[in-house]
Design a protein around this ligand. Sequence first.
Ligand code: ZN
Length: 240
Amino acid sequence: MRLAVLSDIHANLAALDAVGDELGSFDELWVLGDIVGYGPQPNEVIRRLQELGARAVTGNHDGAAIGTVDASWFNPDAQAAIQWTTTVLDENARAYLAALPEVRRDGELTAVHGSPREPIWEYITDAAIAAANLGAFETRHCLYGHTHLPVVYQADGAHISVIPATASSPIALDARRALINPGSVGQPRDGNPEASWLMLDTEAGIAEFHRVRYDIALTQRLMREVRLPRWLVERLAIGR
Ligand code: ZN
């Protein structure tokens, strides 16, 4: 199965559409949460995901936007963006977000936003946290997002290998357990502003990471028009 994996789209329709143009043929599209928040087009992004038949899990921003997650933990910019998002979400978007599960399991794959043991909030930012989570899911591989950083953590006996995800070299997956982050479509934070996504060939065991250029200036203009916080606008251009 060719599985397209997207995460942290954050209401950035220009980035999502650029990725959509590059997807080519796929069997399923999985989305790892934070569909809204930060960006200017939450309703449009959700409609596009519906058109694409995406299977999604919920993220902390998705829950905050419909009031099921406490946004007081967010930094002030994220809070301001969530407040704005809450005021513009239409009925279709609210219903869509409210129906998202925290965890999806299918065959040898689990999907969450944060981490398997703490699907909404935990950030997997190093090998120690990854190691603690490798025992928290039952499938061979777990797809996660939340950090906006593309990477693979693979269990090698007691050792954890950290495999940086680069677009130039596909990563071979095998029977070893792995945590796999596709990076962020709508707000990359690894210093590369291009939208990040993953194509997983589940039969061949190949993880191909991709970067796609998109019209950053368009998203920034739409953000300024609705007065989203300045840093959220600026960071898109630097990928931080
Ligand atoms: Zn996010």
